[in-house]
Design a protein around this ligand. Structure first.
Ligand code: CP
Length: 287
């Protein structure tokens, strides 16, 4: 039986998988439908998967949990099985709880793609961000990427730290810590750094949204891990770029001047998100 290709996180990917996922679309097409099952709000990920599915020849089916038979007690696994009998060939999942895609992948004989699970991982965001950095800098080798803000609760930070480190970048993490501990646990990739040092050392500064739906943020943390254009111009390297996965809360993580400024790669991240997700769908359905 052919191996089913799930994308639940960065760790399970081989070097060969990464070569495929980070390469350009060779134009190969797939047939069938992909179910986009979002149990948490999303704009970029949901609609870039829609565009990506169309780009590779798949029909994107948007699942609305609030009007589905989940409301009548049907399990997620049974829901996915029923959709598969209608021609769905892969499932894209976003959930509030960690590891929902991992559990589904164990029980389902079709590809499961993680579009963000709780505070755990957001692998397709990281793939799009890696493409953005490679396009801008040519390579990730030797690059310093500082991830700043709500690192501990961020699935974007977790996936990006794993992927960018694997591709040769040094990742610095600056955010509120619990007693100075590594936000992802002892031995995890990424170096914890004071914010000032993270800003001055970086070739790319990735700011993060405060995950207000998951915890209460102190006002002092919001102001400490905030990027203002004056700080950017005075402290960052002249060539340093600014990234943010979105959604941006203008004036909170960074000022509009920074978000829309000449150093910002935010629009590129969204563009590359579509290409990355198209490649993920081709990869998942290429066994
Ligand atoms: N970056 C990101 O995941 O954005 P959405 O929540 O809008 O999908």
């Amino acid at each position: 039986m052919p191996k089913i290709r799930h994308l639940v996180g960065i760790e399970g990917l081989t070097d060969e998988d990464l070569d495929f996922l980070l390469s350009d679309d060779a134009g190969s097409r797939r047939e069938g439908a992909v179910a986009l099952m979002f149990h948490e709000p999303s704009t970029r990920t949901r609609f870039s998967f829609h565009q990506a599915a169309r780009r590779v020849g798949l029909d994107p089916l948007h699942y609305d949990a609030s009007t589905s038979s989940e409301k009548k007690g049907e399990t997620l696994l049974d829901t996915c099985r029923n959709l598969s009998w209608m021609g769905v060939r892969a499932f894209v999942l976003r959930n509030k709880e960690n590891e929902v895609p991992h559990r589904l992948a164990r029980d389902l004989n079709l590809p499961v793609i993680n579009a963000g699970d709780g505070t755990n991982e957001h692998p397709t965001q990281a793939l799009g961000d890696a493409r953005t950095l490679v396009e801008h800098f040519g390579s990730l080798k030797g690059l310093t990427v500082s991830i700043v803000g709500d690192v501990r609760f961020s699935r974007v930070a977790r996936s990006n730290t794993k992927l960018l480190t694997r591709l040769g970048a040094e990742v610095l993490l600056a955010g509120p810590t619990v007693s100075g501990r590594h936000p992802f646990g002892v031995g995890s990739p990424g170096k914890v750094m004071p914010v000032e040092q993270a800003l001055t050392s970086a070739d790319a500064i990735m700011m993060l949204r405060w995950q207000d739906e998951r915890h209460i943020t102190k006002a002092s943390d919001r102001s400490m891990f905030h990027l203002h254009s004056t700080v950017l111009e005075e402290k960052a390297k002249p060539h340093a770029v600014v990234m943010h996965p979105g959604p941006i809360n203008r004036g909170v993580e960074m000022t509009s001047e920074v978000a829309d400024g000449k150093r910002s790669l935010v629009a590129k991240q969204v563009e590359h998100g579509v290409a990355a997700r198209a490649r993920v769908l081709q990869w998942a359905l290429s066994s």
